[in-house]
Design a protein around this ligand. Structure first.
Ligand code: UTP
Length: 301
């Protein structure tokens, strides 16, 4: 019987992209710091990693990293002011991000691609398996994904990617995986990967989304990987390299709620949906939203 792999405790969160889809706000603010209701998008992702037992977090940052570091650091002045006012709820909310996890930072000097950002994590990660969570991919905490990926890794070994079915009109925006089903398993075996396939050439309707459990062998593969789409070093290309060399790469098909908060329309959907579902804001917001949509329909907008 094969040995159960050791549990993953380290998570890498790349947050050094340029965020061009969200300009101009991302000119001076990282897209990961955009608020989804009242928390920056990246805090949801850190909470997800911690809930999955990964409390050692490495953020790969680029320019504008100050806001990110400040958010997860203490703010003594604010904490003292809230303490003086006796505002415990706000104080708790301010301290929550500081106490969440053991957070480290590494700088990606130039945005040379997601694969390059992951390679920047090699000295911190060392020779152990690790997770990668993309900071602009918000997975609803009620639809656990990392736990399912961990199960597939424990059962089948190797690296595990998260996949999502998308329509043929959108698959060219993603990395795309060809897969073989594994009998009696929640997972699939990945047989090929293509980064952003040209329209009409996608090998399946399964898009790679922003959660990965990776064996440390990915670092050597990334060192061998030449720039691909957009002149960037792509993580998808390195994973394809592993597949081509017969290394095990598995997948989990996710059908839950997920928002690409780096995309303006999906960001708005995430904000509205999470606001509607909040106990404190939800009732008032839902009622306003109903009236607003009703009024829009009346005037034919
Ligand atoms: P995206 O493909 O969303 O690229 O990156 P981007 O540059 O951030 O955004 P757009 O497309 O220009 O709007 C996916 C993830 O990889 C990180 C991003 O921060 C994001 O979490 N990334 C990307 C890096 O950390 N470094 C890079 O060089 C590229």
């Amino acid at each position: 019987m094969s040995k159960t792999p050791s549990p993953i405790t380290k998570a890498v969160i790349p947050a050094a992209g340029l965020g061009t889809r969200f300009l101009p706000v991302t000119k001076a603010t990282p897209k990961e710091m955009l608020p989804v209701v009242d928390k920056p998008a990246i805090q949801y992702v850190v909470e997800e990693a911690v809930a999955a037992g990964m409390a050692d977090i490495l953020m790969v940052t680029g320019r504008n990293k100050r806001a990110l570091e400040d958010h997860f650091d203490r703010n003594h002045e604010l904490e003292e002011a809230l303490t003086r006012r006796g505002d415990q709820d706000k104080l708790d909310s301010v301290c929550a991000s500081t106490e969440l996890a053991d957070i480290h930072y590494v700088r990606q000097r130039d945005p040379l691609g997601l694969g390059h950002a992951v390679l920047c994590a090699a000295p911190h990660v060392g020779d152990e398996p690790f997770a990668v969570l993309l900071a602009d991919d918000l997975i609803d905490p009620r639809d656990p994904l990392l736990a399912r990926m961990t199960e597939v890794r424990e059962r089948h070994g190797g690296s595990v990617v998260a996949l999502m079915e998308v329509g043929p009109d959108r698959i060219h925006q993603y990395g795309c995986a060809a897969v073989r089903h594994l009998a009696g398993s929640d997972g699939v075996r990945v047989t090929d990967l293509v980064e952003k396939p040209a329209p009409g050439t996608a090998p399946s309707n399964l898009a790679v989304i922003g959660r990965y459990l990776l064996d440390p062998e990915i670092f050597d593969e990334l060192r061998r990987t030449r720039p691909g789409r957009g002149g960037e070093i792509q993580l998808t290309d390195a994973l394809r390299g592993l597949v081509e060399r017969g290394r095990p790469v598995h997948g989990v098909v996710f059908g839950g709620r997920r928002y690409d908060t780096g995309d303006r329309a999906e960001y708005l959907q995430a904000t509205v949906r999470l606001a509607c579902e909040r106990e404190d804001l939800g009732p008032g917001f839902r009622s306003w939203l109903r009236d607003f949509v009703g009024a829009q329909e009346l005037v034919g907008v």
